[in-house]
Design a protein around this ligand. Structure first.
Ligand code: CTP
Ligand code: MG
Length: 396
């Protein structure tokens, strides 16, 4: 049996980047041989094993044919007679389809090194279409390597477009899609991820609500959104903030003074549910969609409105979430201002207002005999006074 390093580890070493995890491919071995050597199988009918000591993934060389729609719709053909070249040709991109033997010799039958030099994300073969998730992966690699000058090859974009138009993306499970989306949002250029998905028509399939935002100027909210995402990356924001920023435009429209119907179906909620987004990301996206306009106008809010805004955040028990809200509002303001050197004094203002509300303690009121609803009212009254004092101080 021969064992080769494959995929990201080979690619990133050639790019001179840090290698975080190594994937291996094993040629000329059977499942039984692997198990006899102590490798632990990952799943019953999946020819992937974990190394007994390092825990790294070792996959038997395999060819893969599609038998049905979606994940789980794969059949694998793994056998000792599958060659390294046969295994590599069914991989997604040429830069991911290189192997390295234990002498450090690179095996590169499909021009991966050439495409690394040429900064091209190019599919290896028509087998690309076996897994529609690769459309998202390519967009994610574009987001990761944008600074190095990588772009998607024309023929690969065309293939991605075909896959999007065929409706295949609808068969992806939300779990697999979210994994790609969340990783892509954390890359240095998350806006490139959205842009590539849009160019190939995948955004219309996956997040049509966002695709609809792209229109000719001056109504091009989509392009403004890309700038907001870019600011998120520049300011190293966490995933929840990036997700909330991605969806914020689907919330309240800050430019319209019309009261917005409360009953309308909330598109942010619909996306959260459809994509099975983790709770913290869901919550923040809803809060940012609903309240970012008010945050932008924080200084103009009357004490009652200010307290009401703060109350929506449970600032007393969830201070980190409120901080993430402020960060998201700041990214939105910076991105939308199209010049990032603006200050966002609203954040400090709202933080100080929250501190004023938090400074009110319940204990003295309880000692005075307040309880239940009356205690709630008394707390509210005191907090309002505290905020009034803060506003008076801030104004002077
Ligand atoms: N849908 C997929 C997933 C993975 N691969 C192949 O499996 C390798 C390892 O996959 P993974 O670890 O997910 O990606 P990496 O390329 O290693 O990138 P990362 O740095 O994100 O781990 C890839 O390089 C690629 O050759 C593929 O062809 N199609
Ligand atoms: Mg990897």
């Amino acid at each position: 049996m021969q064992i080769y390093k494959v995929g990201g580890a080979v690619r990133d070493r050639l790019l001179g980047r840090d290698v975080s995890e190594v994937d291996w491919v094993v040629v000329g071995a059977t499942t039984e041989e692997m198990q006899a050597l102590g490798y632990r199988p990952v799943g019953a009918d999946f020819p992937v094993f974990l190394h007994p000591k390092t825990g790294e993934e070792y996959a038997l060389a395999r060819t893969e044919r599609k038998s049905g729609r979606g994940y789980g719709g794969f059949t694998f053909y793994a056998s000792p007679d599958v060659t390294l070249e046969e295994d590599l040709i069914r991989r997604d991109l040429t830069i991911n389809a290189m192997a390295e033997d234990d002498h450090g010799q690179v095996i590169d039958p499909y021009g991966g090194q050439h495409d690394l030099e040429a900064r091209l994300l190019r599919h290896v073969s028509s087998a690309f279409a076996e897994d529609p998730l690769r459309v998202l992966r390519v967009a994610r690699f574009a987001a990761r390597y944008a600074d190095l000058g990588f772009v998607v090859a024309d023929e690969t974009l065309a293939l991605m477009r075909q896959l999007a138009e065929s409706g295949e993306l609808q068969a992806l499970t939300p779990e697999r899609s979210w994994k790609e989306i969340s990783r892509a949002l954390m890359e240095p250029h998350p806006e490139v991820f959205v842009q590539v998905l849009r160019e190939c028509g995948a955004l219309r399939e996956l997040l049509p609500e966002l695709d609809a935002l792209f229109a000719p100027p001056p109504a091009d909210t989509g392009s403004a959104l890309l700038e907001v995402l870019h600011q998120c990356a520049r300011h190293a924001q966490p995933l929840a903030v990036r997700w909330a920023c991605l969806l914020h435009v689907l919330g309240r429209d800050c430019t319209s003074s019309e009261p917005q119907p409360a009953q309308r179906k909330n598109p942010i909620e619909a996306i959260n549910v459809r994509c099975k987004v983790p709770r913290d990301c869901q919550e923040l996206a809803l809060l940012v969609g609903e309240y970012h306009c008010q945050a932008h106008q924080a200084e103009a809010l009357q004490p009652e409105a200010l307290l009401e805004l703060l109350q929506h955040f449970d600032i007393y028990r969830r201070p980190e979430r409120f901080e993430q809200f402020l960060a998201a509002c700041e990214m939105v303001a910076r991105g939308r201002a199209a010049h990032e050197r603006i200050d966002y004094p609203q954040a400090a203002y709202l933080r100080a207002a929250a501190d004023a509300a938090r400074a009110v303690e319940a204990r003295p009121l309880i000692e005075l005999g307040y309880q239940g609803a009356e205690l709630g009212q008394a707390l509210k009254r005191e907090r309002l006074q505290s905020i009034e004092r803060f506003k008076a101080g801030a104004a002077s």
